[in-house]
Design a protein around this ligand. Sequence first.
Ligand code: DWN
Length: 430
Amino acid sequence: MRDTITTEFAAKCAASACRGCGFAGIAAVLDYGQMPPSDGFLASPETLAPSTSPRQAPGSYPLELAFCEQCGLLQILETLDPRHLFGADYLYLSSGSDSWLEHCKDNALDIISRFGLDAGSLVLETASNDGYLLQYFKQHGIPVLGVDPAPEPVRHAAERGIETIHAFFTRDLARSLAQTRSADVVISNNVLAHVADIHDFIDGVGEVLSKDGCWIIEVPYVKALVDGCAYDTVYHEHLCYFSVTALQHVLSLHRLFINDLKPLESHGGSLRLYVSRRQQQSEQVTETLGSERRDGMQELAYYLAFASSARTANRQLAGLLEDLAAQGRHIAAYAAAAKGTVLLNCLGGAARHVEYAVDRNTLKQGKWIPGVNIPIISTAEIKTRQPDYLLLLAWNLRREILLQESAWLRSGGKFIVPLPAPHILSGDDL
Ligand code: DWN
């Protein structure tokens, strides 16, 4: 993570067009330097060569955060090949968290009742992963269809009996689907920020969504990212970081309207947005737009202040790890999360004190976190290895994880929670 905005970085931003509105000349915010793809877990440790163009082989790529003062969209400059990011190496399973599954079950039941869905309806999910959400609609007899490009999650969805098209959701795919069916509800959880051609994607939803249908979008909320100093959630999969104002502008270009929204705790702070062709803006949307203006979220200064906090938090975390290691403490990491790859790679030399990472996703066990070559092993190893500290990389799941590891905590183990500033959780915090 660079301490300054170099003239080269500023010039690169000035020569770049905004992903949302196309404005030529966005502003530099934070330069992370070379960063490997956050879910690009390695089969064996290797030194990653710096790359500038998307390649199939593992590599590290520029990760640069910039802001469009025209439409208010925070975004990164580099676009990696999505076939590289969401191909065979993409091992994230949305069913990996019980609390997230509970959230999804409640969401599905709410949607069924809110829109009066029945056996004659269709719910389509873009980036449906392993069927984590559509399974709950199917259990209630609602016809579903998933679309996802990553083979491993799609394989898990098939085992669940969830019909899934193994492809990227595009306007062309939607157009072919629309020949035979239209969706009463389209759901896009944690995907809109990942899409290189966001306007093609939105057009695709317009093709397949029924006339009075509703598009339900969940995206990490940029206000939560800033308030929580969640600099580790900036990575190549996440091309955009949305405020309601910025997303409303992008959708307006497609004559779509955000009519309601619900703040969520998921993924460190997200928004669920209800979008349709008819404008019926709720008080909550109006209030949120107003608070974004009052908070200065349309100004570059708001994001430069975040960048400064991020550098401070990163320095503090590196210093804490150095101090604990100097005391002879054994430190490991909990969860091989995508954001964990970024956090560890931002630490520079201090990452060498993290001896291994534990994760309950068996697809990730036996692999290595890229850029820092930290091995990933089973969470069962906590009991046998008894590390002094676990750096909590999936800090957004802390409640669930602390409860699961309560025995280790009670025996004296401690979690290092990295954000918004590094702090320690012990058995007393259970
Ligand atoms: O965009 C994305 C965000 C929204 O979700 C994707 N890049 C994938 C994912 O990012 P992430 O990997 O940072 O997500 P999580 O959900 O914060 O990390 C989950 C990891 O934690 C998984 O590898 C499973 C692991 N885990 C665990 O080992 N024990 C999770 C729980 C709840 C546990 O008890």
